[in-house]
Design a protein around this ligand. Structure first.
Ligand code: T1G
Length: 692
């Protein structure tokens, strides 16, 4: 039973109990209706209190049931709310901790609402690409007013219950024991009639048309490819322009339309993908974690500084170790400047600024970091340098300390072998800028201990990163895939494209930046350095020489004022470069290639399917645990458009048979060997299955 029923004197108490957040799944909905029916039929019962067990009143409809018959099986959430609202005895919602989505809509159907302070109150459906579908857009404006309701529904942002204490949403926000307050309140209102119904409240907002039009314009400007925000405005508009029941029907139609959209399915996929990523099949969820009370970072460069900031932001003291005072001072000054910029933008209070700056200290001596629970090296990407650092760490760090490398491609097993404690060694690959990008690739060595993985997964949540575990291979998950993406980008240049055409094609799909603008930002010399290593290690893999020719021209990107594009001093805008385009055209001629017009569709397919095919190899090799992990890597670390759900979800949406057919077409072209479908991809396509 996922709702308990008991009678306390003359008060019936229904306690939702569907861990972890009392999602209003079918069983729970049925149990609530049964409880209300039982209470209404019991002459001893004078009032009903509904509350939630555990860490939530209710986190809303059970998203896991979406797109399954259970989601709308009777009693639907609408039915549950109607049963409550039309009850002939008072129903009081006793709200605590989390009251979101359908949970808040259920509370709005009650006659009274009591809350504890600090409860998160929200209608976050828009974050899932839908809108409140059980009356939230019609009832919330009636209790908190049109403007606040619209803001809450379009943003999906939680508001603390005490901030809503003065609105008609709550009868009281009570300190102390919630159930004592709710039961006492129930006794007070047991005989009060008529029973107050939110649906009967009139919305008073003079000149609401102007406000709604302003809202439509604002929301249209910020919604991007997502249809839900604007539909939220239309649904809330119905609360003022239509009769209640008509508004409910209108809201329902909008909801049913949105729940079927690819954008919503992509957002729900990302919601669960974020949470699934922290689960490893062979690491039990109750694996004890090592306490991380202090962190050390080696290297005060761009990465080291950004990494340190993540821990300071989470309230964890960080010591940065450098070899030279000048480098240490420069690194600490850069960190302070970053915090000052955030403070100046009003995104940081003085108190937080002071706290964070004080949590980051520097040192020139390994002895000063010996007691840190976690040390992360962010030194030069060279195995020789890593060897020196890890041998030193092995001799200095306390037993049980976790030794992490921020390497972006190097073999973590080799790094672990520099120490006598390979079980304590792990990769923590942050993405630049490390204090901004959400992705953290956690690289699991063959000997990395399970509690080390559990600890790093837990600490990644604490520092607000999306931790995704990767096995050891060249480039782990993200960079190994981007290698194939970059190869195709280079080939496209040789065959007829300009850098701008390639970038624009994927930016039209929603990428923040195409491959060439990204190269100019990150520095083209980074890829050059890696390709030089690969030419030796993997001579069979061909690359376009255009990227090397570009670097030989000293055009490393924004940092040299010129890259694939030209740049003007003080202006970050990328201007197409005649010099580069001439180099590309000449290179095509040198290769004897007759340049041709290439469609945007071919560009998008070749770039994205190159990612997908490599990902299929990564999956079948067990480097990534699941397809949604790969999507999370690309959504949080590579600017892959969120509305597509990530490369694997995108391929599923296109249909794997279509992906394979397109690859077969490209296999007939230049470098066709790159288009051999990974066995897993070919198998899934042949069986009509999907990655996710
Ligand atoms: N349904 C199903 N599972 C849910 C869930 C939900 N609504 N919310 C959370 N979970 C799972 C989550 O997958 C994870 O599972 C576990 O609970 C803990 O979550 C008609 C249709 C509530 C603030 O959008 O924002 O109502 O990984 O790690 O950090 O209008 O979860 O452990 O197996 O996030 O303490 C609207 C979404 C639904 C709220 C708790 N509601 N959830 O945060 O824990 S649509 C939402 C959250 C709707 C109606 C419409 C957060 C949280 P697992 P967690 P947390």
């Amino acid at each position: 039973m996922s709702a308990e029923y008991k009678v306390d004197g003359s008060i019936a108490i229904i306690t939702m109990n569907n861990p972890p957040v009392n999602g209003l799944g079918h069983v729970t909905r049925h149990a609530i209706v049964e409880g209300v029916r039982q209470a209404l039929n019991d002459p001893a019962v004078k009032a009903i209190v509904i509350t939630g067990a555990g860490k939530a009143f209710s986190g809303g409809a059970d998203i896991k049931e979406f797109n399954s018959p259970k989601a709308f099986a009777e009693p639907s959430l609408h039915t549950v709310i109607n049963v409550i609202e039309s009850a002939d005895k008072p129903v009081i919602a006793a709200i605590h901790t989390v009251c979101m989505g359908g949970g808040l809509e259920l509370a709005l159907g009650c006659h009274y609402r009591i809350a504890s302070p600090g409860a998160q109150i929200a209608l976050p459906e828009v974050k899932l690409g839908i809108l409140p579908g059980a009356g939230g857009t019609q009832r919330l404006p009636r209790v908190v007013g049109l403007e606040l309701a619209l803001n809450m529904i379009v943003s999906g942002t939680p508001v603390a219950s005490e901030k809503l204490a003065k609105t008609a949403l709550f009868n009281t926000v009570a300190e102390g024991d919630l159930m004592t307050a709710a039961t006492a309140f129930a006794h007070q209102v047991a005989d009060v009639r008529p029973l107050p119904k939110v649906r009967d409240i009139k919305i008073d907002y003079p000149n609401y048309e102007a406000f709604l039009q302003f809202s439509r314009n604002t929301v249209t400007a910020m919604a991007g490819p997502f249809p839900a925000p604007l539909k939220c405005v239309e649904a809330v508009a119905a609360a003022v322009t239509r009769k209640f029941d008509d508004g409910i029907r209108f809201e329902r139609d909008l909801f049913l339309n949105l729940v079927q959209t690819t954008e919503s399915k992509a957002l729900r996929h990302a919601f669960f993908g974020e949470r699934a990523a922290s689960k490893l099949p062979d690491v039990p969820e109750d694996t004890p974690i090592r306490p991380i009370k202090s962190v050390a970072v080696i290297g005060a460069g761009t990465m080291g500084g950004g990494i340190a900031m993540n821990f300071a932001n989470a309230g964890i003291p960080v010591k940065i170790l450098e070899m030279k005072q000048e480098a240490l001072d420069k690194g600490l000054a850069t960190i302070r400047k970053n915090y000052e910029n955030t403070f100046r933008k009003g995104k940081l209070t003085q108190e937080k600024f002071d706290q964070r700056v004080s949590l980051i200290t520097g040192s020139l001596s390994y002895d000063d970091i010996a007691q840190a629970d976690l040390v992360i090296e962010a030194v030069f990407e060279d195995m020789g340098v890593k060897e020196q650092v890890f041998k030193k760490l092995d001799s200095v760090m306390k037993q049980g300390a976790i030794l992490a490398s921020n390497t972006s491609t190097l073999d973590v097993d080799k790094i672990a072998a520099f120490t006598q404690r390979p079980q304590d060694v792990v990769g923590m690959h942050f993405f630049s800028p490390a204090n901004v990008m959400k992705l953290l690739e956690i690289v699991r060595g063959k000997k990395t201990a399970k509690d080390v993985l559990a600890t790093v997964l837990a600490i990644s949540k604490k520092i607000k990163k999306t931790g995704v575990v990767s096995g050891v291979c060249d480039g782990f998950i993200g960079n190994r895939m981007i290698e194939q993406y970059s190869r195709q980008a280079g080939f496209l240049l040789e065959e007829g494209c300009t850098p701008e055409q390639v970038d624009k094609a994927v930016e039209k799909l929603g990428f923040a930046m195409g491959p060439f603008r990204m190269g100019d930002l990150a520095g083209n010399d980074i890829g050059w350095y890696i390709r030089k290593r690969r030419y030796v290690e993997k001579p069979h893999i061909t690359y376009s020489k255009t990227a090397d020719l570009l670097c030989e021209m000293g055009r490393f990107g924004q940092k040299t004022g010129a890259g694939w594009y030209d740049y003007k001093p003080g202006d970050r805008k990328a201007y197409p470069s005649d010099v580069v385009n001439e180099m590309i055209v000449k290179h095509s001629a040198d290769l004897g290639i007759t340049r041709r017009k290439i469609s945007d569709q071919e560009i998008v397919e070749r770039l994205i399917y190159a990612l997908v095919n490599e990902a299929a190899y990564i999956l079948e090799e067990g480097i990534a645990t699941r397809a949604s992990d790969i999507d999370m890597v690309y959504l949080t670390g590579y600017g892959f458009p969120l509305h597509t759900g990530g490369p694997m979800f995108y391929a599923d949406t296109v249909g794997l048979p279509n992906v394979v057919m397109a690859m077969e077409k490209y296999a007939k072209g230049r470098h066709g060997d790159a288009w051999k479908p990974a066995p897993l991809l070919a198998k899934l396509a042949a069986e009509g299955k999907t990655f996710n």
